[in-house]
Design a protein around this ligand. Structure first.
Ligand SMILES: [Zn+2]
Length: 308
């Protein structure tokens, strides 16, 4: 049984994941962005408790974390969300506490490994995992191996530019895919286009827009159409660049994927003429809410058990 640790900006989930990728027990706690030592104590405590709940010993620990992280050194990089964790090494610290092998990856890469190993991407060796929620992130697997950039860097699929006249992004560019196609972009579109008397303007969210579109609300349907066009454009770029076997789609916005898929396919058909785009399967992630936690466990398998 692998102890899985999913570290996010607001919460840490910990659980026991068996060799088939099934979560046997889980707990979570809020992340304290300023106090790393307390965070490690909380993680260790949750690992011990979830191991007892699952009635098993911990044979290894895998960590998926909000980035940037250095997967080979096991260190946190310049993590925006967790200033007190910068430069700290949870791999060394948890290995010392539990006397097992520990591995760390960026959470997008961890989720990509999970879907490739135990989920919708099984048996697809060229796979791109894309999660669309409050941002857009993901991971790239080429010939069965996690693609790493220079110095082990994690590529940022959400920050390729689709419209240089688009909104400013935290990365420094304007019009990144993330700034135009993540959930907040849909909200911004409605806020810009809704007439003053639009009944649903107050407290509108991406989820609410999708619900309204499903009920036939004309403005919400336009927001969805706009969203789907930008989703399609970014996915088309990935298909042109990588011609992958599959793109696995995940994240809160993709819970309403049926609203977007027709337009997405239409955009891809409209522009990917020089690659066999029709052979790239667009599929939904299959591991559900616990993808990141399962991904953390898969990180251990990938590093120590798969022989890669
Ligand atoms: Zn950006």
């Amino acid at each position: 049984m692998i102890g899985a640790v999913d570290i996010g900006g607001t919460k840490i989930a910990v659980g026991m994941v068996d060799d088939g990728g099934v979560v046997r027990s889980r707990m979570e706690a809020p992340t304290d962005p300023h106090r790393y030592a307390a965070g490690i104590d909380t993680i260790a405590d949750m690992l011990r408790k979830t191991a007892v709940q699952a009635g098993s010993q911990i044979s290894g620990i895998g960590i998926g974390s909000t980035g940037p992280v250095d997967p080979m050194k096991g260190e946190f990089g310049d993590v925006d969300f967790l200033p007190g964790w910068r430069g700290k090494n949870p791999v060394k610290d948890l290995a010392a506490l539990f006397k097992v092998q520990v591995a760390l990856e960026n959470d997008g890469d961890a989720a990509a490994l999970a879907e490739a190993g135990w989920g919708a991407g099984r048996n697809r060796t060229r796979l791109i995992y894309v999660t669309v929620g409050t941002g857009i992130g993901g991971g790239i697997i080429i010939d069965g191996k996690l693609y790493r950039g220079v110095d082990g860097a994690h590529p940022e699929v959400g920050h390729h530019v689709v419209d240089p006249a688009g909104p400013a992004c935290s990365c420094g560019f304007r019009g990144c895919w993330e700034s135009l196609a993540a959930g907040p972009a849909m909200v911004a579109w409605i806020e810009r286009h809704a007439p003053a008397d639009y009944a649903h303007r107050q407290g509108i969210t991406a989820k609410k827009i999708c619900q309204l579109a499903q009920k036939g609300d004309a403005l919400a349907l336009q927001a969805v159409e706009h969203e789907a066009s930008y989703l399609g454009l970014g996915l088309a770029n990935l298909i042109n660049l990588f011609a992958p076997d599959a793109i696995v789609l995940s994240g809160s916005v993709m819970k309403s994927a049926s609203l977007f898929m027709d337009r997405i396919h239409e955009v891809i058909r409209g522009g990917c003429r020089f690659v066999p785009a029709e052979k790239t399967v667009l599929t939904l992630a299959s591991l559900g809410e616990d993808t990141n936690l399962i991904g953390a466990a898969r990180v251990w398998h990938y590093r120590f058990a798969d022989g890669l």
